[in-house]
Design a protein around this ligand. Structure first.
Ligand code: NAD
Length: 266
Protein backbone atom coordinates (compact mmCIF):
# COMPACT_ATOMS: atom_id res chain seq x y z
CA UNK A 1 0.00 0.00 0.00
CA UNK A 2 1.37 3.46 -0.91
CA UNK A 3 1.75 6.19 1.70
CA UNK A 4 -1.22 8.05 0.17
CA UNK A 5 -3.40 4.94 0.28
CA UNK A 6 -2.46 4.38 3.93
CA UNK A 7 -3.31 8.00 4.70
CA UNK A 8 -6.65 7.75 2.88
CA UNK A 9 -7.48 4.60 4.82
CA UNK A 10 -6.72 6.18 8.18
CA UNK A 11 -8.81 9.23 7.18
CA UNK A 12 -11.75 6.89 6.43
CA UNK A 13 -11.18 5.07 9.72
CA UNK A 14 -11.48 8.34 11.65
CA UNK A 15 -14.90 8.96 10.08
CA UNK A 16 -16.05 5.40 10.50
CA UNK A 17 -18.94 4.56 12.81
CA UNK A 18 -18.54 0.81 12.18
CA UNK A 19 -19.59 -1.20 15.21
CA UNK A 20 -21.56 1.71 16.67
CA UNK A 21 -25.28 1.93 17.33
CA UNK A 22 -27.03 5.26 16.86
CA UNK A 23 -30.50 6.47 17.81
CA UNK A 24 -31.96 9.58 16.16
CA UNK A 25 -35.24 11.10 17.35
CA UNK A 26 -37.57 12.87 14.93
CA UNK A 27 -35.78 11.07 12.10
CA UNK A 28 -38.67 10.22 9.78
CA UNK A 29 -37.76 13.19 7.59
CA UNK A 30 -35.72 16.38 7.35
CA UNK A 31 -32.49 16.85 9.27
CA UNK A 32 -32.93 13.73 11.42
CA UNK A 33 -33.37 11.46 8.40
CA UNK A 34 -30.25 12.86 6.72
CA UNK A 35 -28.25 12.37 9.94
CA UNK A 36 -29.51 8.76 10.10
CA UNK A 37 -28.53 8.22 6.44
CA UNK A 38 -25.08 9.60 7.01
CA UNK A 39 -24.48 7.48 10.13
CA UNK A 40 -25.62 4.34 8.29
CA UNK A 41 -23.40 5.21 5.31
CA UNK A 42 -20.46 5.33 7.74
CA UNK A 43 -21.18 1.90 9.17
CA UNK A 44 -23.49 2.48 12.15
CA UNK A 45 -26.63 0.53 12.90
CA UNK A 46 -29.32 3.18 13.22
CA UNK A 47 -32.67 3.32 15.01
CA UNK A 48 -34.90 5.83 13.26
CA UNK A 49 -37.39 7.07 15.77
CA UNK A 50 -40.34 9.42 15.32
CA UNK A 51 -43.78 10.16 16.72
CA UNK A 52 -45.06 9.30 13.23
CA UNK A 53 -44.37 5.55 13.26
CA UNK A 54 -45.56 4.92 9.68
CA UNK A 55 -43.23 7.61 8.35
CA UNK A 56 -40.39 6.27 10.50
CA UNK A 57 -40.92 2.77 9.10
CA UNK A 58 -40.95 4.12 5.53
CA UNK A 59 -37.78 6.10 6.21
CA UNK A 60 -36.03 3.09 7.77
CA UNK A 61 -36.87 1.11 4.62
CA UNK A 62 -34.68 3.53 2.63
CA UNK A 63 -31.64 3.37 4.93
CA UNK A 64 -29.37 0.32 5.06
CA UNK A 65 -28.93 -1.20 8.53
CA UNK A 66 -31.73 0.93 9.96
CA UNK A 67 -34.87 0.02 11.87
CA UNK A 68 -37.77 2.10 13.15
CA UNK A 69 -39.27 2.61 16.59
CA UNK A 70 -42.08 4.97 17.54
CA UNK A 71 -41.16 7.48 20.22
CA UNK A 72 -42.95 10.59 21.41
CA UNK A 73 -40.18 12.58 23.07
CA UNK A 74 -42.68 14.36 25.35
CA UNK A 75 -43.42 11.09 27.13
CA UNK A 76 -40.76 9.72 29.50
CA UNK A 77 -42.00 6.11 29.20
CA UNK A 78 -41.79 6.38 25.42
CA UNK A 79 -38.21 7.72 25.51
CA UNK A 80 -37.15 5.09 28.03
CA UNK A 81 -38.74 2.41 25.82
CA UNK A 82 -36.78 3.69 22.80
CA UNK A 83 -33.46 3.27 24.60
CA UNK A 84 -34.45 -0.13 26.08
CA UNK A 85 -35.61 -1.31 22.66
CA UNK A 86 -32.27 -0.30 21.12
CA UNK A 87 -30.33 -2.12 23.86
CA UNK A 88 -32.45 -5.25 23.38
CA UNK A 89 -32.04 -5.13 19.61
CA UNK A 90 -28.37 -4.24 19.31
CA UNK A 91 -26.91 -4.72 22.81
CA UNK A 92 -25.49 -1.20 22.99
CA UNK A 93 -26.17 2.46 22.34
CA UNK A 94 -23.22 4.67 21.43
CA UNK A 95 -24.66 7.75 19.72
CA UNK A 96 -27.94 9.49 20.50
CA UNK A 97 -29.18 12.53 18.60
CA UNK A 98 -31.96 14.53 20.28
CA UNK A 99 -33.30 15.98 17.06
CA UNK A 100 -37.12 15.87 17.29
CA UNK A 101 -38.63 19.34 17.22
CA UNK A 102 -41.44 21.54 15.99
CA UNK A 103 -41.88 25.20 15.09
CA UNK A 104 -44.75 27.66 15.03
CA UNK A 105 -44.98 31.44 14.69
CA UNK A 106 -46.68 34.06 16.82
CA UNK A 107 -45.83 37.39 18.40
CA UNK A 108 -45.36 36.90 22.15
CA UNK A 109 -48.20 39.30 22.99
CA UNK A 110 -50.62 37.08 21.07
CA UNK A 111 -49.14 33.69 21.89
CA UNK A 112 -51.46 31.31 23.73
CA UNK A 113 -50.04 29.59 26.77
CA UNK A 114 -50.91 26.33 25.05
CA UNK A 115 -48.65 27.19 22.10
CA UNK A 116 -45.85 28.06 24.54
CA UNK A 117 -46.32 24.84 26.52
CA UNK A 118 -46.48 22.66 23.40
CA UNK A 119 -43.19 24.15 22.22
CA UNK A 120 -41.51 23.56 25.58
CA UNK A 121 -42.82 20.00 25.88
CA UNK A 122 -41.34 18.86 22.57
CA UNK A 123 -38.33 21.12 22.00
CA UNK A 124 -37.09 21.27 25.61
CA UNK A 125 -38.67 18.52 27.74
CA UNK A 126 -38.11 16.10 24.86
CA UNK A 127 -34.39 16.90 24.74
CA UNK A 128 -34.05 16.60 28.51
CA UNK A 129 -35.72 13.16 28.48
CA UNK A 130 -33.63 11.97 25.54
CA UNK A 131 -30.36 13.15 27.11
CA UNK A 132 -31.37 11.66 30.48
CA UNK A 133 -32.16 8.17 29.17
CA UNK A 134 -29.23 8.13 26.74
CA UNK A 135 -26.91 9.07 29.60
CA UNK A 136 -28.32 6.40 31.93
CA UNK A 137 -27.79 3.67 29.34
CA UNK A 138 -24.27 4.83 28.47
CA UNK A 139 -23.25 5.17 32.14
CA UNK A 140 -24.62 1.69 32.91
CA UNK A 141 -22.70 0.20 29.96
CA UNK A 142 -19.50 1.91 31.05
CA UNK A 143 -18.57 2.66 27.45
CA UNK A 144 -17.86 6.02 25.78
CA UNK A 145 -20.69 7.73 23.97
CA UNK A 146 -21.69 10.81 22.03
CA UNK A 147 -24.92 12.68 22.65
CA UNK A 148 -25.84 15.41 20.20
CA UNK A 149 -28.65 17.87 20.72
CA UNK A 150 -30.13 19.92 17.92
CA UNK A 151 -30.40 23.55 18.94
CA UNK A 152 -30.77 26.43 16.50
CA UNK A 153 -29.21 29.79 15.72
CA UNK A 154 -32.33 31.24 17.36
CA UNK A 155 -30.72 30.16 20.65
CA UNK A 156 -28.18 32.95 20.19
CA UNK A 157 -30.29 35.97 19.23
CA UNK A 158 -33.80 37.31 19.63
CA UNK A 159 -35.91 36.25 16.66
CA UNK A 160 -39.30 37.91 16.23
CA UNK A 161 -42.31 35.53 16.09
CA UNK A 162 -40.42 32.52 17.42
CA UNK A 163 -39.73 33.64 20.99
CA UNK A 164 -40.97 30.32 22.38
CA UNK A 165 -38.81 28.34 19.93
CA UNK A 166 -35.69 30.44 20.58
CA UNK A 167 -36.16 30.22 24.36
CA UNK A 168 -36.46 26.42 24.18
CA UNK A 169 -33.38 26.18 21.93
CA UNK A 170 -31.31 28.45 24.20
CA UNK A 171 -32.23 26.17 27.09
CA UNK A 172 -31.22 23.12 25.03
CA UNK A 173 -27.76 24.59 24.41
CA UNK A 174 -27.31 25.35 28.11
CA UNK A 175 -28.65 21.95 29.23
CA UNK A 176 -26.18 20.27 26.87
CA UNK A 177 -23.24 22.10 28.47
CA UNK A 178 -24.20 20.91 31.95
CA UNK A 179 -24.77 17.39 30.64
CA UNK A 180 -21.29 17.53 29.06
CA UNK A 181 -19.70 18.39 32.42
CA UNK A 182 -21.65 15.78 34.38
CA UNK A 183 -20.95 13.05 31.83
CA UNK A 184 -17.29 13.83 31.07
CA UNK A 185 -16.03 11.47 33.83
CA UNK A 186 -17.92 8.66 32.06
CA UNK A 187 -16.32 9.36 28.67
CA UNK A 188 -19.63 10.59 27.29
CA UNK A 189 -19.45 13.71 25.09
CA UNK A 190 -22.40 16.07 24.69
CA UNK A 191 -22.53 18.75 22.00
CA UNK A 192 -25.17 20.91 20.35
CA UNK A 193 -25.61 21.68 16.69
CA UNK A 194 -27.06 25.10 15.92
CA UNK A 195 -28.32 25.09 12.34
CA UNK A 196 -29.35 28.16 10.45
CA UNK A 197 -32.52 27.92 8.36
CA UNK A 198 -32.96 24.73 6.33
CA UNK A 199 -35.82 24.24 3.87
CA UNK A 200 -37.47 21.30 5.65
CA UNK A 201 -41.16 20.81 6.46
CA UNK A 202 -40.58 22.63 9.75
CA UNK A 203 -39.72 25.80 7.82
CA UNK A 204 -41.92 25.41 4.73
CA UNK A 205 -45.03 24.90 6.88
CA UNK A 206 -44.39 28.17 8.74
CA UNK A 207 -42.78 30.54 6.28
CA UNK A 208 -46.00 31.85 4.70
CA UNK A 209 -47.42 32.72 8.07
CA UNK A 210 -44.10 34.40 8.99
CA UNK A 211 -44.07 36.38 5.73
CA UNK A 212 -47.71 37.43 6.17
CA UNK A 213 -47.13 38.66 9.73
CA UNK A 214 -43.85 40.49 9.08
CA UNK A 215 -44.79 41.70 5.61
CA UNK A 216 -41.44 40.58 4.13
CA UNK A 217 -40.85 37.52 1.99
CA UNK A 218 -39.19 34.85 4.17
CA UNK A 219 -37.15 33.36 1.30
CA UNK A 220 -35.79 36.84 0.53
CA UNK A 221 -34.72 37.34 4.16
CA UNK A 222 -32.92 33.99 4.15
CA UNK A 223 -31.19 34.76 0.86
CA UNK A 224 -29.98 38.11 2.09
CA UNK A 225 -28.98 37.13 5.64
CA UNK A 226 -27.83 33.55 5.17
CA UNK A 227 -26.92 33.36 1.47
CA UNK A 228 -29.59 30.70 0.89
CA UNK A 229 -30.89 27.74 2.88
CA UNK A 230 -28.60 25.45 4.86
CA UNK A 231 -28.85 21.95 3.39
CA UNK A 232 -29.67 18.92 5.53
CA UNK A 233 -26.38 17.44 4.26
CA UNK A 234 -24.47 20.38 5.78
CA UNK A 235 -26.09 19.70 9.15
CA UNK A 236 -25.52 15.94 8.86
CA UNK A 237 -21.82 16.49 8.09
CA UNK A 238 -21.44 18.26 11.44
CA UNK A 239 -23.46 15.56 13.21
CA UNK A 240 -21.14 12.93 11.69
CA UNK A 241 -18.05 14.75 12.90
CA UNK A 242 -19.43 15.12 16.44
CA UNK A 243 -20.41 11.44 16.58
CA UNK A 244 -17.04 10.23 15.29
CA UNK A 245 -13.70 9.73 17.04
CA UNK A 246 -12.43 12.79 15.20
CA UNK A 247 -14.35 14.83 17.78
CA UNK A 248 -12.91 12.96 20.76
CA UNK A 249 -11.88 16.20 22.51
CA UNK A 250 -15.08 18.10 21.64
CA UNK A 251 -17.61 18.26 24.42
CA UNK A 252 -19.86 20.97 25.82
CA UNK A 253 -19.76 22.88 22.54
CA UNK A 254 -22.39 24.58 20.43
CA UNK A 255 -21.52 24.50 16.73
CA UNK A 256 -23.26 26.73 14.20
CA UNK A 257 -23.80 25.71 10.59
CA UNK A 258 -25.48 28.81 9.21
CA UNK A 259 -23.64 30.29 6.22
CA UNK A 260 -22.50 33.21 8.36
CA UNK A 261 -25.99 34.25 9.49
CA UNK A 262 -24.98 34.76 13.13
CA UNK A 263 -21.67 36.39 12.24
CA UNK A 264 -23.52 39.54 11.22
CA UNK A 265 -25.30 42.17 13.28
CA UNK A 266 -27.42 43.13 10.24
P1 NAD B 1 -39.01 18.33 10.30
O1 NAD B 1 -40.33 18.90 10.62
O2 NAD B 1 -38.68 18.00 8.90
O3 NAD B 1 -38.71 17.02 11.19
C1 NAD B 1 -39.03 16.97 12.54
C2 NAD B 1 -39.44 15.56 12.88
O4 NAD B 1 -39.73 15.52 14.30
C3 NAD B 1 -40.70 15.09 12.15
O5 NAD B 1 -40.48 13.84 11.52
C4 NAD B 1 -41.75 14.98 13.26
O6 NAD B 1 -42.71 13.94 13.06
C5 NAD B 1 -40.87 14.70 14.48
N1 NAD B 1 -41.54 15.02 15.75
C6 NAD B 1 -42.35 16.06 16.03
N2 NAD B 1 -42.83 15.96 17.28
C7 NAD B 1 -42.28 14.85 17.81
C8 NAD B 1 -42.38 14.21 19.08
N3 NAD B 1 -43.17 14.70 20.05
N4 NAD B 1 -41.68 13.08 19.29
C9 NAD B 1 -40.91 12.56 18.30
N5 NAD B 1 -40.80 13.10 17.09
C10 NAD B 1 -41.47 14.24 16.84
O7 NAD B 1 -37.98 19.41 10.89
P2 NAD B 1 -36.39 19.58 10.78
O8 NAD B 1 -36.15 20.89 10.18
O9 NAD B 1 -35.76 18.37 10.21
O10 NAD B 1 -36.04 19.72 12.34
C11 NAD B 1 -35.22 18.82 13.04
C12 NAD B 1 -34.59 19.57 14.20
O11 NAD B 1 -33.77 20.61 13.68
C13 NAD B 1 -35.61 20.24 15.13
O12 NAD B 1 -35.16 20.15 16.47
C14 NAD B 1 -35.55 21.69 14.69
O13 NAD B 1 -35.95 22.58 15.69
C15 NAD B 1 -34.09 21.82 14.35
N6 NAD B 1 -33.77 22.95 13.49
C16 NAD B 1 -34.33 23.06 12.26
C17 NAD B 1 -34.01 24.17 11.49
C18 NAD B 1 -34.60 24.37 10.13
O14 NAD B 1 -34.41 25.48 9.59
N7 NAD B 1 -35.24 23.41 9.52
C19 NAD B 1 -33.11 25.14 11.97
C20 NAD B 1 -32.57 24.96 13.23
C21 NAD B 1 -32.89 23.87 13.98
Amino acid sequence: MTKNETLAKSEQAADSLAGKVAVVTGAARGIGLEVARSYAAHGAKVVISDIDDAAAADAAGTVPDASARRCDVRDEDSVSDLIDHTLNLHGQVDIVVANAGIASVSPLAEMSFEMWRTMMSINLDGVFLTVKHAARAMIAAGTPGSIITVGSVTALHGTPLVGHYGAAKAAVVNLSKTAALELRPHGIRVNSILPGFAETALVTSNKQSYSDTVGVDFDAIIKQAQGGYVSVEDVAALALFLASDRASFCTGGGYVVDGGLTASLF
